[in-house]
Design a protein around this ligand. Structure first.
Ligand code: NQM
Length: 356
């Protein structure tokens, strides 16, 4: 029988994933990724022989290691394990899984908790930037209990405020990799933007939908999905991402006018399934697009008077804090998430001989 691998299974924001110490996994990326596929049960649309939840939002991995830069407390590598393809990608970060990194680092003894709250500076290896998280740690133990609610997760939990700086161009090199606030791709106006996550932002109405559809309705719309994918494949190289056929970026965010008092309404393809909510960095990127006068997002947005941008999504809204400098440039961003430890133990991967 294969040996068990120490693993924390956690909800991070509106996602769920397996958190590992790098020292518990093979150091060779190819061997590591092969092991992760067997742990998650990929490739298989049901991930029936693994712990993945048959959804990209629950087929995620965080790998933690001691910090490799002096201004961080822990290094975090995010890996997206594809559900129905034998692919593991580090070509994106994940702000939802990021919410569980501070608690996991404390649980695993990588970071020492203070009595009360503990600030954890997280070096995000996918993009090279440092995020900061504040974790509730009464009596030097992580507490997951609290009063914070985030849409897309039932109940209330301890708040995990996350703050980001210098995330513009995280993967594309520039906030606006084409140099333009708007470009036309296959006849559709697009803002190609990367403020923490490469996103293509387009009007839902330009694609013949209202933008109010449910996740299920959008996923059943094969014509729409094919159109969105064709635009995505053309946007990838324009965003300095190269051939994106086997990458989970850019994300495709269809926008429309807000309907619930927010700034803008979104439906995000990540990139082939529709997000049940919206990614953290994707929401920051959408909020940033709303501030750009030529972006289609600006015309649809109902901009707030303060710094809180409520980004509507299929199951509610995500509140993004956007701090702009005197020139209107987004200087800092943040979002409150919650997280919860679900399971701590050993995970047993399918034997290599049984891999499809
Ligand atoms: O944009 C899903 C998520 C994400 C990414 C995805 C994310 C982010 O919500 O920061 O969190 O877009 O694949 O987990």
């Amino acid at each position: 029988m294969s040996a068990g691998v120490p693993c924390l299974w956690m909800r991070g924001g509106t996602s769920k994933g397996a958190y590992f110490l790098a020292s518990d996994l093979p150091s060779d990326p190819e061997q590591r990724d092969a092991l992760l596929l067997r742990i998650m049960g990929s490739p298989d649309p049901r991930q029936i022989d693994g712990i993945g939840g048959a959804d990209p939002l629950t087929s995620k991995v965080a790998i933690l290691s001691p910090p490799s830069r002096p201004d961080a407390d822990v290094d975090y590598l995010f890996l997206q394990v594809f559900v129905d393809q034998a692919l593991v990608s580090d070509a994106q970060g994940c702000g939802n899984i990021l919410a569980g990194v501070g608690p996991a680092a404390i649980e695993r003894g990588l970071v020492k908790a203070q009595d009360g709250q503990t600030k954890v500076r997280i070096h995000m290896l996918n993009t090279g930037e440092v995020a900061s998280a504040r974790i509730e740690t009464p009596k030097q133990h992580v507490s997951y209990e609290g009063d914070a609610h985030i849409d897309g997760v039932p109940g209330t939990h301890a708040a995990v405020p996350l703050m980001f700086e210098n995330i513009a161009g995280s993967m594309c090199g520039d906030l606006l990799p084409t140099g333009n606030e708007v470009d036309t791709v296959q006849g559709i106006d697009c803002t190609m933007i990367d403020n923490g996550m490469p996103c293509v932002i387009l009007r839902a109405s330009d694609l013949g939908i209202s933008g109010r559809e449910t996740r299920e309705e959008l996923e059943a719309n094969t014509g729409l999905k094919a159109r969105v994918e064709a635009i995505r494949l053309e946007c990838g190289p324009l965003m300095n991402l190269g051939d994106v056929a086997e990458k989970s970026v850019p994300k495709m965010t269809l926008i429309s006018e807000p309907t619930a008092g927010g700034v803008i309404s979104t439906r995000s393809f990540i990139p082939h399934r529709c997000h049940a909510t919206i990614g953290v960095f994707a929401a920051v990127s959408v909020a940033t697009a709303c501030t750009l006068k030529r972006s289609p997002a600006h015309a649809l947005a109902d901009l707030p008077k303060d710094e809180t941008f409520s980004i509507e999504h299929p199951t509610g809204a995500a509140e993004v804090l956007i701090e702009q400098d005197k020139l209107g440039k987004v200087a800092r961003a943040g979002m409150v998430r919650t997280t919860r430890k679900l399971f701590d133990g050993l995970v047993f991967p399918a034997p290599a001989s049984s891999a499809p």
